[in-house]
Design a binder for this molecule. Structure first.
Ligand code: GAP
Length: 459
């Protein structure tokens, strides 16, 4: 795809999301704020469906998994133990001309292809000596690059000192390791999953919901005996992660793996792999998988003065388990689900935009239309069907505009089935069901609708 076409696709997604009520720029009436976004009615449904699918695949179904829901405000010592207070920094540089702020490492990498992670002096030198241009004003007049911590600071009336909004959900899992062991007595290997908000004071938020400051993560800490071979566990998780993305409709060719080079790994990690997606703006990280050894439990043990160990019920041996961490960004996952679902088709000379979401994540499952809104008998019958089906499925009743327009709207929302109640329905007690993908229509008796949809949704 050409660069122009790619950007075009991103623009189309952003505009569809706003037009159809998936995602809005937040606080627009105040001129917007911090590149933040609100999930509108269909976006909130889509988000919930993706969370539900994730929870089902990673917490509910696997026998060795359990789920928790920890707080956003956690003891500040936790972030000392994890290294975030000291080292969770990005390199910031200001343009002295237009006062815009940028990630120094990103500017250097875009201009020279060099990855200077952490080397502030070298970044400053390149920006100044090679006269790298400001992407905003085009001039080259930079401050020195400096580190800023990416955690949001806040305070608590009951605590003296700085408190942080959690920059990742993982910490909330590690601090409950002992409680989980005491309450649940899980056998190794076992995993703890969690979905929730995380906050990062990103210098530049960009690419719609790809990089934002308030986002959600879906994370797992998978504990195992260090005597066990870790490679098969790692590979198994990688496969499970990919399977999840395929269930969201992503194509194989749009996913690739990036293994972090050994020399860039943290000292405790044996292997880290990013799952990358072919975004319209280039390949970008979607999800990660990291072997973290015993780093987290050992650190939290040290900083809390509490033993975080596992007692093997058979050998009676006590040890600190090792951990493998699969991590997912929920907002990035939503973005790729939107990109993968977007289709343009020519139908009888006209363009049709259709979001081909897999059934499990489609925000609205069934739309119900009376053929005409000014015929009470049709409206009553359609309402009856709506009330019947909405107990089980997310449904929408729509009597606005002609049927063609209503189909087009539901196609853009990605609704898999539309039911129309017409005059024949009153005579024969049946309706037309139109399939989103094939656009084929069939007549089904009203009293067979529940069974019909059970068959379609549970295939
Ligand atoms: N506990 C490990 C961890 O947090 P990470 O690679 O920093 O690892 C995990 O983040 C995932 O969170 C990323 O793969 C990405 O999907 C998502 N993520 C990170 N920063 C984000 C941001 N500013 N906006 C949206 N998603 C983000």
């Amino acid at each position: 795809m050409s660069k122009e076409k790619e950007n075009d696709l991103m623009q189309k997604i952003v505009s569809l999301c706003k037009r159809r009520g998936f995602i809005f720029p937040a606080c627009e009436i105040y001129g917007g704020f911090a590149n933040a976004y609100s999930y509108g009615p269909y976006g909130a449904e889509l988000k919930n469906n993706i969370k539900k699918l994730w929870w089902k695949m990673f917490v509910q179904e696997p026998e060795e998994m359990i789920g928790i829901d920890g707080p956003i405000l956690l003891h500040p010592k936790l972030w000392e133990a994890s290294g975030h207070t000291e080292g969770f920094n990005d390199a910031l540089v200001d343009c002295k001309e237009c006062k815009m702020r940028f990630r120094a490492d990103h500017l250097v990498e875009e201009a020279t292809g060099k990855d200077l992670e952490g080397k502030l002096e070298e970044m400053t030198k390149i920006l100044k000596e090679e006269k790298v241009k400001c992407p905003n004003c085009g001039k080259s007049n930079w401050t020195d690059a400096r580190f800023v911590n990416m955690m949001f600071h806040t305070e608590m009336n009951s605590y003296e000192g700085t408190v942080y909004l959690r920059p990742e959900t993982a910490g909330a899992i590690f601090v409950e390791f002992k409680n989980i062991i005491d309450a649940m007595h899980p056998k190794l290997p076992f995993g703890i999953g969690q979905i929730g908000k995380a906050f990062r004071n990103e210098i530049v938020a960009r690419n719609f919901i790809f990089r934002i400051r308030e986002f959600e993560q879906m994370e797992i800490e998978y504990f195992f005996n260090p005597q066990e071979k870790w490679e098969p566990i790692f590979m198994d998780w990688l496969e499970r992660q990919e399977k999840f993305f395929y269930a969201l409709g992503l194509k194989k060719e749009d996913i690739r793996l990036f293994e972090h080079p050994k020399e860039k790994l943290s000292h405790y990690s044996r292997k880290t792999v990013d799952i990358e997606y072919n975004f319209p703006f280039g390949w970008g990280e979607l999800s990660g998988l990291a072997h973290r050894g015993d780093f987290d439990l050992t650190q939290h043990s040290k900083f809390s003065n509490t033993k975080l160990e596992y007692l093997d019920p058979v050998s009676g041996e006590k040890f600190v388990p090792h951990v493998i961490e699969p991590t997912f960004g929920l907002d990035r996952t939503i973005l790729v689900a939107l990109l993968a679902a977007y289709h343009e088709e020519k139908v009888e000379g006209e363009e049709r935009v259709v979001m081909k979401f897999p059934l499990a994540i489609a925000p609205i499952k069934i739309a119900i239309f009376p053929l005409l809104k000014n015929k009470p008998q049709l409206v009553d019958k359609a309402k009856e069907i709506y009330n019947l089906l909405k107990q089980q499925y997310t449904c929408e009743f729509d009597d606005n505009g002609n049927i063609g327009k209503r189909y087009r709207r539901q196609d853009e929302i990605g609704t898999p089935f539309c039911i129309t109640v017409d005059f024949d329905s009153l005579e024969n007690n049946d309706v037309t069901i139109r399939d989103r993908d094939t656009m084929k229509q069939e007549r089904i008796k009203i009293d067979e609708l529940k069974e019909y949809f059970e068959g379609r949704f549970n295939k």
